[in-house]
Design a binder for this molecule. Structure first.
Ligand code: ACO
Length: 217
């Protein structure tokens, strides 16, 4: 972990199964309602449960690559929910989402699929698996202090240690975009928010949904 003094009070740890409830609690209060697309479409209120998104988060947590940043009181200050995306798996996932009756959640997932369909990363980088940073979330009280950057550094180490060659993320926020660019991610494809119906269009400063990639050495 970084040695900067503002970060000295934090530690980064894995997310064991007995802390999934705590993790979901953090996400309900800091990610579900705040992420720009969720916020624009009114997916849920802050603190509220969102069944489809929680299922998506839990499936990712169970893959075992997620990390959480703890403050000195032992509360979650931020999280990186990382998952593995295997070649051909997306299509199956898309069919599963099609069966859901949660229209707002489906609209968001369709948009994510649309930007991902613009480039076949498996073919382009000749890999069968991608390390995916699915959710980056920092407690509202700790934002703007570089904690997302600390989580990204750490996640990259997790990916490298597990032998992955390609990291990807779907940056929906102007702030997460800055974090990814700072860590050497490049834009592979994008959908400008001006193209979206106003019922799902995030307000400035958020400008586009960007498919970001970083090659690990
Ligand atoms: N207003 C203006 N600039 C901001 C703000 C703000 N509210 N918040 C962060 N920034 C800027 C920072 O100044 C910094 O810019 P710089 O590099 O030019 O100095 C940059 O954004 C990143 O700041 P960090 O402090 O590293 O990021 P932070 O720890 O605040 O976390 C995050 C960023 C995770 C996006 C946080 O705002 C958050 O949890 N938002 C809600 C959930 C969300 O939108 N997650 C990302 C969605 S995309 C995905 O998950 C794959």
């Amino acid at each position: 972990m970084s040695s900067s003094s503002s970060e000295d009070c934090f530690t980064i740890v894995d997310v064991p199964e007995n802390r999934y409830d705590e993790a979901i609690h953090h996400l309900r209060w800091n990610f579900f309602a705040d992420e720009p697309l969720n916020n624009a479409i009114g997916l849920c209120a802050r603190g509220e449960s969102q069944r489809a998104l929680e299922r998506h988060c839990l499936l990712t947590l169970k893959q075992g690559y997620s990390r959480m940043l703890m403050d000195k009181k032992g509360a979650i200050a931020g999280m990186a929910l990382n998952g593995i995306l295997k070649k051909g798996e997306r299509e199956e996932e898309e069919r599963r989402f099609d069966e859901l009756d949660d229209e707002k959640f489906k609209m968001i997932m369709k948009l994510l699929y649309k930007v991902n369909d613009k480039v076949d990363l498996f073919a382009k980088y000749d890999v069968d698996e991608l390390f995916e940073c699915r959710i980056l979330s920092v407690d509202a009280n700790y934002r703007g202090k570089g904690l997302a950057s600390v989580l990204m550094d750490d996640s990259e180490k997790v990916a490298k240690n597990a032998g992955f060659k390609v990291c990807k993320a779907d940056a929906t926020s102007a702030f997460s975009l800055k974090v990814y660019l700072k860590h050497g991610y490049q834009v592979e494809a994008e959908i400008s928010y001006t193209e979206l119906d106003k019922s799902i269009r995030p307000a400035p400063p958020h400008q586009a949904l960007k498919l970001m990639v970083k090659l690990l050495d």
